[in-house]
Structure formats: C-alpha cells, structure tokens
Design a protein. Structure first.
Length: 483
C-alpha cells in the first residue's frame, strides 16, 4: 500500500526505523492533495508552509532522540477548530475573515504530540447538515462517487482520510457528525463519551474560546484503522487544563475483552420511527454473522434496551433547545406561536423539534431528568452486554441535495421518501445519553458505496467498543481505498 494510505501506526513504525522522514511524508501528502483535491474539495484551508516547517522540526526532534505519540505524522483538522492564523468560519459568509489568535485545546494537543497539521477540512454552515457545503468553500464530494455527499458535519475530514490526505483527522459530533461521514466514506471514527475530550476552541465565530461543558456535543478522532482511533483518542482525552484538569487525570478502564468470542453483543436492526435500508441492514448483519462465527454471545432483542421512541423524542428536544438558543426574539416568538398550536397528541419528531426550539427551562430540566433515567437503563443493559451494534443512518451516502431548507428535504430509503432530519434518530441512540460509539466500515452496498455501523459501549468505557472495532477489522476487513 502506498504511504499516503497507510495507517498512522505504520507510518510511526517507519519513522522510528528511519525508513522515511516526516518531510517526505508531508511532501507526499501535499502532492496528493494538490493532485486530487480539486475534485474532492476536502481541504478548504491548506496550511502547507507551516506544515513543512513542522515536518522539519519533527525530523530534527527525532534525530535528537525524541519520540512523541504523533511525531511527524501528517494530519488534518476540521474547519470548526480554531487554529491561530487561519480562518475559522463554520461555513458562515459573514465570518469569512475571522481569524482566531489562539489554537483550540485539541489543536494544541496535536502539536504537542508532534503531529504535522496539513490544514483544515470542509464543513456545512454552522455544522448543521448531513452534508458538507457552504458559500465560502463550496461542496465536498464523496471520494467513492463525486455526485454524492461525503457526510456532515465532519465530511471534509472523512473525505480527506479516504483520499489519502493525511493519516488522521479530528472532528466533532452532535448528530452523527463523526459517525455519518465515516459511514459514507468508508473510514473509522469514534464519538467519545460526553465530556471525555475537552472542546475549548471548537466554537462558532466570533465567540470566545471558553472551557464550556457542552450538552450532547463531543470532539473525537477519525482514521483509516481502528487502532489509529485509539492512538489519537489517547492524545485527545483528558480534562481541560483550565478547569477539571487542575484536579483530575483521566484513566479509562481497559477493554472488557480481547477476543471476539468473549463479547456479549446486542444487535439492533430496526428503529420504530424510521425504516432501515437494505444496504445498511446487510452491513449490520455482516457484523452479526462475524460475531456468531467467532462464538460471541449475540442477541437481537432485550427488554433492557431503553425505549427508542422516547429516546429519539428526548434527543430532538435537547438538541433543538440548544440549537435555537441564539434565534432573534421575533423569530423565537413566532416559533412559540407555532409550538402552542401543536396538538397535545402530536408525538411526531417534527413536533418534538418544534417544541425543543422553545423549550422552557422547567421543561428542559424535566427532559434532562428523563435522560438520566435512560442513562440508568443503559447501565443496566451494559451489565448484561458489552456493546450494541446498530446503524448510523438508514442508507449509504445519498446524492448531493442542496435545495431548500433542511426541514423541506427528504431522504430516500429503498424508494420511499422520509423527512430528512428523521435519519438522525440513529445518531441519537448514543448521543442523547452521552455514550461512546465507534463507527466502522462493514463492506459495500450493491452500488459499490461504503456501508458502516456503530458499536455503542458503556459510558467512559470507550476502550471496549474501540477494541471490538479492532477485532472486527481483523475478521471482516476495514478501510478500502476508493476505486
């Protein structure tokens, strides 16, 4: 395999053995971006001059005998992270010229680990889409099919990895923004337990970079192998040094098992609120068959599973209450009027989203209390199971769809249209309670598109789904370069 498509772990081995230099790796990555990214459009803010300097510095450090976790490895960073001297726009034209003075905490950690930062990857406006396009940087195409989306909101990062533009990337996830692009592009991603990795500096402009505890949203690693996810998570995890880091260190529990045969896994193929497309169902079943073949304990239903319908409703309430917090007063009042007109019997996801946008603090507290009951339910489930396998979205990557507002779009699931935003319920299974979830590739659809699933694990036991991902990679295969 050519070096641009090798794992970070393989590249580190070569660097330590003196078989290659960081300068060589960096120049090869830059050359590949300059050759291929005109059609992919994953790297929206290149930073090649500083990358070359960082690569030279890494080689000199290694020559002095230094060895850091990512020393000399070319990586990319999602556009939404602050990088001193580069624009952070979140795809918003009014902030096209906003340039922060300081790095985000995770960017600082990458640099401290010795990574070579190639530049920033494309996102949707305000990170609020399952696609990655905006007026400033244009559309990121899926490397497997240029007419389809790479996913969102970390779509630029997933497309970059699939294209060989750096060995690693960092993204974020509130509504599947790490997992969906990984699923669409055939790479790996990990949504950490809520609060495990600090988010300071991953903030919409021009807001200050404060050590805020975000609700639902996390930052996390993306890679071409499962082992690389762990390598990068170990750099990203740990409390913010401005707050909890003054008192606490992170010590994640080890994976529960080291063999597939020892895992106890619950398989969820279906959601009560949206159908699972045939290609994704086949991907879930490939994982289930691999587990059964290795002798793992596999079940397809359990009374311990928290109610998925209520979970999806809570997810929409909590997510939209946050998303709508900055709406101007006149717009907010209009939403209140529309929400008041809803029938009390309307339990649709559309209704939940509208109610969420005008949720009172009293009602938010009630929703949060119900979330805690769900978290307790998951703790009980994970006393009997080690992981849950389920879809990330109902379909593989869909054709670019940039017409109209998000609320007016639809997703085609085996020939039947469904509301665009309803596909987020699968992301919410892990996001609402704050659980870790690892996205893995499981093969391809009949059309030749990547198909992935997510492995959901117990809270703060991130190493368990990550280890399961490694073992499944050995069993069913992993990343394949686009044909």
């Amino acid at each position: 395999m050519e070096r641009n498509l090798q794992s970070a772990e393989e590249l580190l081995t070569a660097l330590r053995a003196g078989e290659v230099t960081s300068v060589e790796l960096t120049e090869e990555a830059i050359a590949r971006i300059e050759r291929d990214d005109e059609v992919i459009n994953a790297i929206c803010v290149p930073d090649f001059d500083r990358a070359r300097v960082a690569a030279r510095d890494a080689d000199q450090a290694r020559a002095r005998g230094e060895d850091r976790p990512l020393l000399g490895i070319p990586v990319t960073v999602k556009e939404s992270y602050n990088m001193a001297g580069l624009p952070t726009t979140w795809g918003m034209p009014q902030h096209a010229n906003y340039v922060p003075a300081e790095d985000a905490e995770q960017v600082s950690r990458l640099k401290a680990a010795g990574a070579v930062l190639l530049g920033k990857t494309n996102v949707p406006v305000m990170l609020r889409d399952i696609q990655s396009f905006n007026e400033i940087y244009g559309t990121t195409n899926n490397p497997w099919d240029y007419g389809r989306t790479s996913g969102g909101s970390s779509g630029g990062s997933a497309a970059a990895l699939a294209s060989g533009f750096g060995a690693l990337s960092i993204g974020s996830d509130l509504a599947g923004s790490l997992r969906t692009p990984a699923h669409f592009c055939g790479v790996y991603a990990h949504k950490p337990t809520l609060g495990l990795a600090p988010t300071r500096g991953m903030v919409a402009p021009p807001a200050p970079a404060l050590p805020t505890d975000l609700d639902l949203a996390v930052v996390g690693p993306m890679a071409r192998t499962a082992r690389d996810l762990t390598l990068l998570l170990d750099v990203m995890a740990g409390p913010d040094p401005l707050t909890r880091g003054l008192a606490y260190d992170v010590a994640l529990p080890p994976a529960r098992h080291d063999r597939l045969s020892d895992f106890r896994v619950l398989i969820i193929e279906d959601h009560p609120l949206i159908p699972t497309g045939s290609a994704v169902r086949a991907g879930v079943n490939r994982v289930a068959e691999a587990l059964v073949d290795e002798g793992a304990l596999v079940e397809w239903r359990s009374p311990l599973l928290p109610d998925l319908t209520e979970a999806a409703t809570l997810y929409m309430l909590l997510m939209l209450s946050n998303a709508a917090a900055g709406i101007p007063v006149d717009g907010y009042e209009q939403l209140q009027t529309h929400a008041a007109a809803l029938s009390a019997d309307d339990r649709s996801l559309d209704a939940a989203r509208l109610r969420g946008m005008v949720l009172s603090h009293r009602d938010w507290v009630a929703a949060n209390n119900r979330r805690e009951l769900h978290r307790h339910g998951w703790r009980q489930l994970f006393a009997e199971f080690d992981a849950v396998v389920c879809p990330i979205t109902p379909t593989p990557a869909f054709p670019h769809n940039q017409n109209g507002g998000l609320e007016n779009r639809h997703i085609d699931i085996d020939g039947v249209e469904h509301p665009y935003f309803d596909q987020l319920v699968w992301a919410g299974v892990a996001t609402m309670p704050g659980l870790p979830a690892t996205a893995i590739p499981t093969g391809r659809s009949p059309e030749g598109l990547p198909v992935g699933v997510q492995l959901i694990g117990p809270m703060f036991e991130d190493r368990t789904p990550l280890r399961l991902a490694e073992l499944l990679e050995q069993k069913i295969g992993g990343f394949q370069a686009p044909q």
